[in-house]
Design a protein around this ligand. Structure first.
Ligand code: RP5
Length: 164
């Protein structure tokens, strides 16, 4: 899969998409191209290995990986590619995502996964971190990221108001 887009958003299941689409929406806002793919570490392990081993040569520059439960997708992917991998713990039904978080964050030294918060905030922030990495070598993107952040600062009121 040769690509001209810099970000791969991978996830272990279709059921992860309602969370991971927040990464996609954030990349859309910043004008960053991406591919969103279902790549399961345990249901489609060969697909995961093929994706991870070829990700760099296929043109990706960062990977956002979301998984839930025994969430080995981000770590396994990171073990097979030199690209930066940002892991998003999906909020699981059994343990509300604490299982996902601990599975992703506790990588032994040597294979890093940048681990984000559980759920939608993590997916959004994974996209912002991917953007920050890409912006190091893209001045136009750096300017768009600055504008994005400034707009969020500008939207914060000085004083609270009663809700109607
Ligand atoms: C993981 O198992 C996926 O990342 C997902 O979060 C979780 C549950 O998957 P489904 O049973 O909903 O397909 O592999």
């Amino acid at each position: 899969m040769s690509t001209t887009v810099p970000v791969a958003i991978i996830m272990g299941s279709q059921s992860d998409w309602p969370t991971m689409k927040h990464a996609a929406l954030t990349l859309d806002e910043l004008g960053i191209g991406y591919e969103a793919l279902i790549v399961s570490a345990h249901r489609t392990p060969e697909r995961m290995v093929e994706f991870a081993k070829t990700a760099r040569e296929n043109g990706f520059r960062t990977i956002i990986a979301g998984a839930g439960g025994a969430a080995h997708l981000p770590g396994m992917t990171a073990s097979l590619t030199p690209l930066p991998v940002f892991g998003v713990p999906i909020r699981s039904r059994a343990l509300s995502g604490q299982d996902s978080l601990l599975s992703i964050v506790q990588m032994p030294a040597g294979i890093p996964v940048g681990t984000l918060a559980i759920g939608e905030a993590g997916a959004t922030n994974a996209a912002l971190l991917a953007a920050a990495v890409l912006a190091l070598s893209d001045d136009e993107l750096a300017a768009r990221l600055d504008q994005w952040r400034q707009a969020r600062s500008d939207a914060v009121a000085n004083r609270p108001e009663d809700e109607s």
